[in-house]
Write a protein of this length. Structure first.
Length: 129
């Protein structure tokens, strides 16, 4: 049994399969999930687990070279915007509809229980060397 890091076997296995350039969408409970990408649904109850908890856990495990979020996050969810700005100084912002259009190309979608709007980010995996 693992003693640290991500314990969810489905998520840990999906992370192990990611490579350079792959997309990982961390999304709130309301984000539409298209057919195609592998989905690990962590949502338990509204707010659990939170977007911040899942983001922090994944960033402990992944090399990320870029991130994209919806521009609406700045006004509708300033707390999540500050969180993303702190992690990604070069955060790319696009209209929410454009972010949804990018979702089918993600290799992995991790759904949280987050119930605040626009708590979604598409990460682009980097290489550790």
């Amino acid at each position: 049994m693992k003693k640290s890091g991500i314990l969810n076997r489905h998520l840990a296995g999906a992370i192990a399969e990611l490579g350079h350039g792959d997309g990982v969408l961390i999304c709130d409970a309301g984000m539409p999930i298209p057919p195609g990408p592998r989905v690990v649904d962590l949502a338990f109850r509204a707010g659990t687990p939170s977007f911040a908890e899942v983001l922090d856990g994944l960033l402990d495990e992944l090399v990320v070279e870029g991130a994209t979020a919806a521009e609406e996050i700045r006004e509708a969810n300033p707390e999540a915007a500050v969180l993303l700005d702190g992690h990604f100084p070069g955060l790319e912002l696009v209209p929410h509809d454009d972010l949804k259009a990018l979702t089918p190309a993600a290799r992995l979608i991790v759904r949280t229980g987050e119930a605040r709007p626009y708590a979604n980010v598409l990460l682009r995996c980097g290489a550790f060397f």
